[in-house]
Design a protein around this ligand. Structure first.
Ligand SMILES: Cc1cc2nc3c(=O)[nH]c(=O)nc-3n(C[C@H](O)[C@H](O)[C@H](O)COP(=O)(O)OP(=O)(O)OC[C@H]3O[C@@H](n4cnc5c(N)ncnc54)[C@H](O)[C@@H]3O)c2cc1C
Length: 460
């Protein structure tokens, strides 16, 4: 059967667009793993029609498939076995239409985030979803994970930018739902089945995205706070004082900041280390003078009210980039730490993190717990560094981090998704009725369980 299916797939996409054997193993993932790719074959379709024919063939023979975008997800969403076929969307990288007056972009799923951002910027508009993975991650992957990022407080998640999409179901049926309108209540809004479902219900092939006004003003400050309570008050202030321009509110605990900046880290330190937390405050708007004045006034009142112990207002692009570089300095944690991405009420984050730290340190004496993230969106990333990295230790740390979310009704995944990595913990954030409905939907839409099997829920 192996050769049969590969020959059939080569008939669909052409032999040059099917990789097998060593060529599969040589294929690198974009991020966070040194694993070799395992699969029966990697297939590179160029159109929705080709994706449809591939899925129809695979479904007929019960062949499992795993969709690949930029493979930047952090939850083993693209994990494969040697028996899977990988469908990579990377050759479907055409921007089909950019309508300046309707402020929409129509693009294939393999267009990268950066290419979409650039296309929008070229006509003076903004594609507002932004993450550190921008040069690799692709629209299909972003939509299927409902990616968040650094501007969610202003523009929402990827879902909020998607007007329509096209997806191919497991049996090859093409569902074209390329809506272009903000308002369209003509029956079920089917796109939401595919947004955030991590490739288990269908393969997204094209999207219609809503673009925003390109801001002209850009203000960034780094603030040092003596307590987490002060950080929460600063967030309230920022929301009240910068109601139309607040675009970023990122927090870094000292444990993060001091690893990023000198003398321990590699970046220059704009503020001394040792405060409880550091806040990156960002505003963007269309009135440079007014926005700059409002931002400065906010800074002044934060200092006057002693909510901020020290602060630096960026005066140049270079200073803005330096402050953002500190927040983006995740290198010290990748590969060596167990990284978590959880959501809970912003005001509860400080107590939650302290409880996690205490519990982890009581079991693992030399462990370190580092917190940072998109606090303005209730989202905190927790990195746990331990000497011992066995499976048992990892599992115990996961149990501690996730179990402590329960009293706060927290979410085990704020933005990265579930993939394989968090599936066992889904009941912490979702009721059994919700999980059962997910499984029923999966079984109904993919009765042979060929689409990204085992991810998010176990539908077997
Ligand atoms: C440095 C870095 C920073 C990051 N920052 C953020 C952040 O701030 N916020 C955030 O939310 N995420 C972040 N991420 C995670 C990641 O970038 C996002 O999840 C991203 O949107 C995934 O896109 P991708 O194209 O790489 O998808 P992939 O990793 O290729 O795929 C993700 C999932 O979707 C499935 N899939 C892929 N393409 C399709 C398709 N066309 N149709 C259906 N299913 C598909 C895959 O099977 C997989 O399950 C970051 C990652 C890195 C490496």
């Amino acid at each position: 059967m192996t050769n049969d299916i590969i020959t059939q797939l080569a008939d669909v996409v052409g032999a040059g667009s099917v990789l097998t054997g060593d060529a599969v193993a040589r294929r690198k993932f974009a991020w966070d793993t040194h694993d070799r790719c395992r699969a029966k074959a990697l297939v590179f379709p160029v159109s929705t029609a080709e994706v449809s024919r591939i899925l129809s063939l695979c479904n007929a023979s019960g062949q499992t498939v795993v969709p690949f975008g930029g493979t930047t997800n952090l939850v083993q969403g693209c994990a494969t076995t040697a028996d899977d076929i990988v469908i990579s969307l990377e050759k479907m990288n055409t921007i089909e239409e950019l309508d300046r007056s309707a402020r929409t972009i129509v693009a294939q799923a393999g267009v990268t985030m950066q290419a979409a951002q650039q296309a929008a910027a070229d006509v003076g508009l903004l594609f507002p979803v932004d993450t550190g993975a921008r040069s690799n991650c692709m629209l299909g992957g972003m939509v299927s994970t409902n990616a968040g990022g650094t501007k969610v407080i202003r523009y929402g998640m990827t879902r909020d930018s998607v007007l329509g999409l096209e997806a191919v179901l497991a049996d090859g049926t093409v569902v074209t739902s390329m809506n272009h309108f903000i308002k369209n209540n003509s029956g079920f809004d089917l796109k939401h089945l595919f947004i955030g479902s991590e490739g288990v219900l269908g393969i997204i092939t094209r999207v219609v995205l809503q673009l925003a006004t390109q801001p002209t003003s850009h203000n960034v400050a780094l603030l040092a706070c003596d307590s987490f309570d002060d950080v929460v008050k600063v967030l309230g202030h920022a929301r009240d004082d910068l109601p139309n321009t607040l675009t970023g509110f990122e927090v870094m605990w000292n444990s993060f900041y001091e690893r990023a900046v000198e003398p321990h880290g590699r970046l220059a330190a704009p503020l001394a280390t040792g405060s409880c937390c550091y806040v990156l405050l960002e505003s963007m708007g269309v009135n440079d003078e007014q926005d700059g004045a409002a931002f400065e006034k906010t800074m002044e009142s934060l200092l006057q009210e002693e909510l901020v112990a020290d602060g630096l207002l960026a005066k140049s692009d270079k200073e803005r980039d330096l402050i953002w570089a500190i927040r983006d300095e995740v290198e010290p944690f990748l590969g060596v730490a167990r990284n978590f991405d959880v959501s809970l009420k912003s005001a509860d984050v400080g107590v939650y993190l302290a409880a996690v730290e205490a519990a982890i340190k009581s079991e693992f004496k030399t462990a370190e717990v580092v917190g940072f993230g998109h606090l303005g969106d209730n989202n905190v990333h927790v990195s746990v560094l331990v000497d011992e990295q066995t499976e048992e230790v990892t599992q115990r740390i996961e149990e501690i981090v996730y179990a402590r979310l329960k009293p706060y009704d927290g979410a085990i995944s704020a933005e990265h998704g579930i993939g394989l990595e968090k599936r066992a913990y889904l009941p912490i954030s979702r009721s059994q009725a919700e999980i059962d409905l997910m499984i029923r939907l999966k079984r109904m839409m993919d009765p042979n369980n060929i689409l990204n099997p085992g991810k998010v829920v176990d539908a077997q």
